[in-house]
Design a binder for this molecule. Structure first.
Ligand SMILES: [Zn+2]
Length: 299
């Protein structure tokens, strides 16, 4: 009798964990299911993923191994720390801690409003950055992509229409990458090696395919959270919080509908001065990772 009630208690606990996990997922998906391109919600940060892993490990210990594997490994993305361990050289969230270098990355470009302003500031301060281009936006504003290239910045692939990669098929993922690749090549003269997944979400099988084609996946370890339309003070505080040598700093230079990135614009000169005053060299992402910007292509 006692043993039986304990089993029921355990079953109820596991059920509760599963329900909570699912509810979590549903609300996250609702938050992410916006028309593309959209800003990066904080769900792509490492902490929730790690929490999910811990939750699933606990479920494991409760003898629910089979169901757990089905639910977590098949559908839920792994934490970025785990992915970096599993795919060295193919998945990055940061660069080496020495020397004292950091890199600026700008996602969701180009747009007509913010991208030219970011380019103006970078030119003024003689800083080269890395821009992750959304294919559909490059198609709308090709001259701004050419300007990035002309002014010495690095270009990466940020999908065609900004979907959540972990929610689309391998084939759809491949199309998202290759469609943008085909668009960018004639504009900038090379096939970008670097891919940044929208929201940082990507599945192991997608990383494996990308690696087999000579791509490298790059997320970030410093999130300005500027997509929330924050003021420049808040953005600088967010960046300083986790800044260290080897940091890949995420900002946005292309806004979605109703999105105000003026905080990013106002923060940028201050950020550059702050980094230099702390002795950081601001390098491009390929320099930080010591990887080429262009992908070798075989025809
Ligand atoms: Zn994005």
């Amino acid at each position: 009798m006692f043993a039986k009630s304990r089993i029921w208690k355990r079953a109820a606990l596991v059920l509760m964990i599963l329900i909570l996990g699912t509810a979590d997922n549903v609300s996250l998906l609702a938050a992410r299911n916006e028309s593309p391109p959209v800003p990066h919600p904080s769900v792509s940060k490492q902490t929730p993923a790690l929490a999910e892993l811990k939750k699933s490990e606990a479920a494991d210990r409760r003898g629910n191994r089979k169901r757990n594997q089905r639910n977590t490994q098949a559908q839920r993305p792994l934490s970025w720390v785990k992915l970096q361990q599993l795919y060295p050289g193919a998945f990055y969230i940061g660069g080496p801690r020495k020397p004292r270098m950091v890199t600026l990355t700008f996602d969701d470009v180009p747009d007509m409003n913010y991208t030219p302003k970011v380019l103006d500031i970078l030119a003024k301060y003689k800083v080269r950055a890395t821009f992750f281009v959304v294919g559909s936006r490059a198609r709308a504003y090709p001259s701004i992509v050419r300007r990035m290239q002309r002014e010495g910045h690095m270009i990466g692939n940020h999908s065609y229409s900004h979907p959540v990669f972990s929610r689309i098929s391998l084939q759809q993922f491949q199309q998202q990458v290759m469609r943008t690749d085909a668009l960018l090549r004639p504009l900038i003269g090379y096939s970008p090696k670097l891919i940044r997944p929208p929201y940082g979400e990507i599945l192991p099988k997608q990383i494996e395919w990308a690696q087999s084609k000579g791509f490298v996946i790059v997320n970030w370890n410093v999130d300005s959270e500027d997509w929330r339309s924050l003021d420049s003070n808040r953005i600088l505080i967010n960046i300083k919080r986790t800044l260290q040598p080897g940091s890949i700093i995420l900002q946005h230079a292309g806004g979605g509908q109703g999105q105000d990135l003026s905080g990013t614009i106002n923060a940028l000169p201050r950020l550059i001065r702050m980094l230099r005053s702390k002795g950081y060299q601001i390098v491009t992402l390929p320099e930080l990772l010591n990887r080429p910007v262009a992908r070798q292509t075989y025809r």
